[in-house]
Design a protein around this ligand. Sequence first.
Ligand SMILES: [Zn+2]
Length: 133
Amino acid sequence: MNCVFDKIITGEIPSHHVYEDDHTLAFLDNFPHTKGHTLVIPKVHAETIFDLDDAIVPHLYLAVKKVMKILQEKLNPDGFNVGWNHNSAAGQAVPHIHVHVMPRWQNDGGGSMHSIVKNPPKINVEEVSKLLK
Ligand SMILES: [Zn+2]
């Protein structure tokens, strides 16, 4: 496996750890978009959340919460954006699921999740809802 995040987990590639437990590791993004921009990953290799064992998903979410608390206490941001890019079409650059935790400050020039893409459907919400039944 030639996965850069697996090498970060083993320590082969150094990183600045923010949080670690038996199932997850959180470290500072080497290309931060905000101060404290942190990546939270499962210690098992999984390209997307669809590949991640259901038993690990709660651990990943709990680690995200713990990381947010650490960042809140240490950096005192005004808010956060939290999420992940799923597959290359959505901007996933490393094929190992990683949750971005981005501290935000008032008037920092950033946008909301809604600013990621503007591609509204050509059909109305009721029609989309029918597709999901
Ligand atoms: Zn990996």
